[in-house]
Design a protein around this ligand. Sequence first.
Ligand SMILES: C[S@@+](CC[C@H](N)C(=O)[O-])C[C@H]1O[C@@H](n2cnc3c(N)ncnc32)[C@H](O)[C@@H]1O
Length: 215
Amino acid sequence: MDAESGLVAWGWMNGDGPGSQGWSAMRANNRPFFKPISLEPRLARAVVNIAAGIGQNYVLDPMCGTGGLLIESALCNRPTVGIDVDPEMVEGAKKNIEWAGVDVEIQRADATTFQIGEEVSGVVLDPPYGRNSQGTLDHDVLLSRTLKNIRNQVKTGCRFVMIMPTSPELVDLDEEIKTDDFLELFEDSGWMINSRYCIPIHSSLARQLIIATAD
Ligand SMILES: C[S@@+](CC[C@H](N)C(=O)[O-])C[C@H]1O[C@@H](n2cnc3c(N)ncnc32)[C@H](O)[C@@H]1O
């Protein structure tokens, strides 16, 4: 993301970039703690870089799962903090962080109420789909409370990038997604959606990338 021109560029990095062992070695299923929810590392790195840009402050993942976004952030020497409500995920993410040889603060906390305690440059979020792991909130309520809690603690202009599954029928690599989904939910929570893109994964799955800014 280039702040001055307002352009987003997608592509493959020339060479492996930070992380030295190459993308194959860093695949999510090579980590000591793997779950099918783990994001592919190149996608995770792109999400982090779009969110944090040239910011020097923390990258926050409030639902860090196995730690895929945290690893890519820390490999790029960004100060990084991760939260997850599930103790199994917290312990597993810590193992993965150690395996990757990076330094990340990980806490067990609820994304809808936790206090960050750090200055944040960018927020990355790969939320659960459907009901949350505790089974208590539906997806929109969980998302709205999380967005509000974080918005109350970050400065205007802070970037937020969310990635989530979507229908492959929405895939149009030449155009932004133009549906109304999420617009109201983000706006009511203090975030303005800047743009949304589709990323094809396989024939029955695509991911939607939502880029927003604290309003
Ligand atoms: C799709 S997974 C994240 C996957 C992650 N990006 C990875 O690479 O492994 C969503 C995570 O959100 C966590 N979660 C659900 N509700 C939460 C809440 N209220 N606060 C914090 N974490 C929550 C779940 O425990 C789960 O680990």
